[in-house]
Structure formats: C-alpha cells, structure tokens
Design a protein around this ligand. Structure first.
Ligand code: G6P
Length: 610
C-alpha cells in the first residue's frame, strides 16, 4: 500500500528518496512521485504511473535536485491511476504533500476550499491537505502551526509529510491512523512510513504515536502530542534482523520465501522449545501470570493472518481446552461484541500495521479484555508497541505480497501458545508430547515437503486455462484450504473458493463439472473417512480432483483424481505441512499464467487504510 519517504539533509537527497521507494515497492502501489526543494526556491516535482523505475528514469532524464524532499508510492483509493492523481500534491506552487490514509471528509473540505478559490488538479482526497495547509499559512501561521491547525479539520486516517517552498530547512509530519517513523542521521534526518525504507541511511528510529505532529530539520526533531504539548519519544535501535536482500537466485521473492520456511520456522522455535516443551517465559515475564488465568481467547486478524487464527481456534479448543473466537478485524471493530471472563485478545499480523487489526486492538482496550497479545513479524511495529505482550515470529522480511513464510511461522507460534495455555487447562501429557514432537520435527518435515515441488509443477499446467476452482478441507485443514484458495486467487487471478467439505451438499456441488478443478487436503486424521465420502460425491458428478494426501490415507488415483503424496507427520503440525504444496501450486500456476507474482495487481502487502 502507499509508501512515504522524506529527507532533510545537506546533500542532495533524491537518491535516498528513490532507494527508499524501491524498498517500499513490495507493499504494492500503482504510481510514484517525488518533490524536492532546491536552494533557488523552486519545487522540483516528478510523478509517473507504473513502477518506481519509471520515476527513476524520469529523474535521470529531467533531474530533480534538492536537499529537502518527499517521495511517495501511491495505491489508488480516491481517483484513478493517473499521473495527476499521483503524490506529491501541491498547493499554489508553495506547499507539497505526500499522504497515506484517507481523509474521509474530503468532499466537504474540497467544497470549502474551492469556494475560497483553490483550484483542484486531481481527484484525490490528499490534495485537500495541501490546500488546507496553504490556507492556514495564509492566515499567518508558520508551517508547524499550519499543519496543527489543519489536522484538527481532518476526519479519517493520515500519515503525512508536508514541506513549504518558502522554508526549505524543514518538513512537518503528522500521524493519525497511518504509521510514520522518523530516522535519525548525523546532521540529517529522515521520515518514512516503514523503517525498511530507511535502513541504508540509519538504524535509529522514533516511532510517532497517534496524534503526533513533528517538525523535522537537519539537526532537530520537535514532537508535539495530540494535545499540542511538546513530548519526548523513545529512540529505538532497529531490531529488523536482516534486510529484504535479493532473490538469492530464485526467480521470485515468493519462491525464495516458500523455500525459507524450514529455516524461519527453526528460528521461530529457537530458544523457545527444548526436548521437554516450552522454555520459561517465552511470552514475556508478565505472561506467566496472565496465561495461567486465560479462560477464553479472542483472535483478531485479516487476510492470511486470519487463516492462521482460524487454525489456532481448532488447536486451542482441542488441546488447550479453552474456548476461542476468531474474527476478521474489519468486522470486529464495527460491531458490538461480548467479552468473556478472563479473556485474552490475540491479534495476529505479519506487518503489525494493518489498519483494521490495529483499530480492533485499540477498541478492545476499552472493552475489558484481561490482556492483549500480538503475534507479529515486525519488531517495533504499531501492534507490538500497543499490545500488552508481543510474541515475535522470526520469518524475516517478507517481500512477496502473498504471504507464505509469515503464515507458517504464525502457525508455529500458535502451537506454542496452545502449549502455554493448555498447561493450565488440562492439556493431556499425550497431546503435549505429540505437539512437542511435532514442533521438533517441523523444520525437517517442511524440507521434506518441499521435495515434492516438481510433481506440483507438472500439475500446475492443468490449472492454467481454468477460471474457477474449489478447495476442500475438514477440521483444522479447512482454514488451510481457505489459505490455499486465497493464494491461488491472489497471484494467478483464478477464482478460488474454499469449503469445509461437509458443506458440499449445501451448494457448491451444483458447480462441479470438468472445468472446475477440486483441490482436496487430506491428511490421515480422524476425519479421513468423512472426507473420502465427500470426494466420492465430487467424483460421482464428473469433477476432476487433485488430492494432497498422506500415503497411508490410501487414495487411489485415476483419470479423474490425481493424488499427490505429502510426507507423513504428527497430526498437530499437519496444517503447517499441507500449506506448502498449496503455496507451490499457486506459484507454479501464476508462473504459467505470467502474472506479476511478487506484486499481484490491485493488492498491497501492508494494508494501512481500512
Ligand atoms: C494484505 C496482504 C496479506 C496479509 C494481510 C494482513 O492483504 O496482502 O498477505 O495477509 O494484508 O496483513 P498482516 O500484515 O496484518 O498480516
């Protein structure tokens, strides 16, 4: 989703801004732009639709020098993908603005500003920020005050950086609902929506808090809270372990990330699990007391993370004997819900910045949950900072928009949470032993599972000309079927739906024909016989099936049913193992279809607007 980079320095900052934008490309965007203030008092602005490279080429051709600058990758919300809608937006050749988020009252503001004589040159909500700030400057305020007065007029979400041609020594930034981080350099300072953008220039960051407005010059950062009071915010040394790096010889980041799963799952288990079970305090010191009291878990997430939460519900109820609710964050935040006694709120997120998940956490704080835990992949992210407890997955930077390694590390984390809560709620020694054995075997089992990749490549050929597909699973494999369907639609653009196979008769059977491949996830568990009956129902109606199964499940392949054997594993880790072949299937289908695998159309990696 939209990305922001800004800099105030003594040197020309255009390369820093462009490098920052490249590092944010993975988030998904459709146009890019840059504006710099030079010493002659002009605004050098260039914008392009398409990839950041188009902008880089334009800068090489036209030049855009300047020691103070802002840059942006836009993911269209208000107004189509055009150069005139790309950021930065300007007002009266004086103010330039980049913005993430949505100004919800932009129509009212637009009317008011138009009546005051401002000409709009885009269809965006963002342009109202530029003109509002300009109008406040005209009333005699300095840039900082003008921004403070302006944000008081905005409803909605914003992370915004504003500069004034008449004062090139500074930028003013404001955060409400969309993250912003200030990077501290020596005699130069930077701003970004994601610390990843600034890692080549600094590792010292200040994460702005909700309602903060800050004035950033080369030597000074002045921060004011939502009441306009000066505040000090902590300086944090970035713990982001490694950079996105390159593709390490893989054709796409997604394939690299699929193959990293054995390693990152091993990293997620490291120093947390020994041969007896969980090591002490892995959820933090205060967790010991809290987890002992938990009687209900409410999980909130979006997208792939939601599927991890759905799987966790099966585990928490089956093994840890606590009731568990799971809800999509955008639903949870807008309905009245009932909080159970001794209820733990668990948010789950790769990025830690998903707007709806963050809003749900903030809402939950007022609802009376006993405590909040986030399972998250990005240290220092908003969810980590705002939750009572944080458990970090160690997936490393995930660049592919379609989440892969983040998901399997989230599931690994949830199995550990199941052990921790189950310990106080009658987890049986057999179940504990099975989960611990399963977790210890997991990295090796994932490696073994990746070896079936070639067979899946062949299979993908049969999907490439299909328009629809159906994924079936039962029990804790139902969310895995959902995740498989999500992966396929995200990167191959084939319509994919997932059903708990017991639901087949209640509708989807009507869709079955030989043009609709049916993908079945079938480990050898207690629901196998029921699943086999569902498979027969599909076969009887001429469906073509692709069954991912344990070899002991005894599926016999024929012309209507391809069987792909998946390594045998402990039941508790089967959802994690069966995820891999479905990821690979989507990847190879997308490859054949020639889609943009790492940055699929219309999608964003980190959804920072609701
Ligand atoms: C976007 C991404 C998905 C991700 C979802 C939730 O839609 O494209 O891959 O699962 O956001 O993101 P989170 O960072 O909260 O896990």
């Amino acid at each position: 989703m939209c990305g922001i980079v800004g800099a105030v320095a003594e040197r020309n900052v255009v390369e820093i801004l462009l490098e920052g934008l490249k590092r944010l490309e993975y988030r998904g965007y459709d146009s890019a732009g840059v504006a710099l203030l030079d010493n002659d008092g002009g605004i050098n602005r260039l914008r392009r639709t398409g990839k950041v490279q188009e902008l880089v080429d334009a800068v090489a051709q036209h030049g855009a020098p300047g020691t103070t600058g802002i840059a942006h990758t836009r993911w269209a919300t208000h107004g189509g993908v055009t150069e005139s809608n790309a950021h930065p937006h300007t007002s009266s050749e004086r103010i330039a603005v980049v913005h993430n988020g949505i100004i919800e009252n932009y129509i009212d503001l637009r009317e008011k500003l138009s009546a005051a004589g401002y000409q709009f040159t885009s269809d965006t909500d963002t342009e109202t920020i530029a003109h509002t700030v300009h109008a406040e400057l005209e009333k005699g305020a300095d840039l900082l005050k003008a921004v403070q007065n302006s944000v008081a007029q905005f409803h909605g979400a914003y992370g915004t950086v504003i500069m004034d041609r008449e004062d090139p020594s500074k930028v003013v930034v404001a955060r409400s609902g969309s993250p912003l981080v200030i990077g501290l350099g020596l005699g130069e300072n930077f701003i970004a929506s994601d610390q990843m953008a600034l890692l080549p220039v600094t590792r010292r960051f200040i994460f702005l808090e909700e309602g903060d407005v800050a004035q950033v010059t080369r030597r000074e950062v002045l921060i004011f809270d939502k009441n306009g009071e000066p505040v000090e915010r902590e300086i944090v040394d970035s713990k982001v372990e490694h950079d996105a790096g390159d593709k390490a010889g893989y054709r796409h980041y997604m394939l690299k990330e699929i193959h990293e799963q054995p390693t990152v799952v091993r990293n997620t288990l490291k120093d947390r699990l020994d041969e007896h079970g969980l090591m002490t305090n892995i959820f933090g010191d205060q967790a010991v007391e809290i987890l002992a009291k938990v009687k209900h878990v409410q999980i909130i997430a979006c997208g792939t993370s939601y599927h991890a939460g759905m799987t966790a519900r099966y585990w928490l109820e089956q093994y840890a004997n606590v009731s568990c609710g799971i809800e999509i964050a955008s639903e949870f935040r807008y309905r009245k819900s009932v909080v159970h006694e001794n209820s733990l709120l668990v948010t789950i997120s790769q990025s830690g910045e998903t707007a709806d998940t963050l809003a749900a956490l903030r809402l939950a704080k007022d609802l009376g949950y006993m405590s909040s835990l986030t399972i998250c992949n990005v240290p220092g992210s908003s969810l980590v900072r705002e939750s009572d407890m944080a458990f970090m997955t160690k997936a490393g930077a995930e660049i592919g928009v379609a989440s892969t390694k983040a998901f399997t590390t989230q599931l690994t984390a949830f199995l550990m949470l199941t052990l921790a809560i189950g310990e106080h709620n009658g987890l049986t020694s057999d179940d504990k032993a099975q989960i611990v054995r399963g977790l210890h075997s997991l990295p090796a089992k994932l490696e073994e599972t990746l070896t079936i990749s070639e067979g899946i490549e062949d299979l993908a050929e049969e999907f490439a000309d299909k328009n629809h597909s159906l994924f079936l699973g039962r029990g804790d494999q139902y969310p895995i079927a959902m995740e498989g369907a999500l992966k396929l639609k995200e990167i191959s653009y084939i319509h994919a739906e997932a059903y708990a196979s017991g639901e087949l008769k209640h509708g989807p059977l009507a869709l079955i024909d030989d043009e609709m491949p049916v993908i079945v996830v079938a480990p050898n568990n207690e629901l196998l016989e029921k699943l086999k009956s569902n498979v027969e129902e599909v076969r009887a109606r001429g469906g073509i099936m692709y069954v991912f199964a344990d070899k002991d499940a005894n599926f016999k392949g024929d012309e209507t049913m391809r069987v792909i054997n998946v390594p045998h594993c402990e039941p508790a880790i089967a959802p994690i193992i069966y995820t891999l072949p479905l990821q690979l299937l989507s990847y190879y289908v997308a490859l054949i279809k020639g889609t943009d695998v790492d940055q699929p159309r219309n999608l964003a990696k980190s959804v920072t607007v609701e």
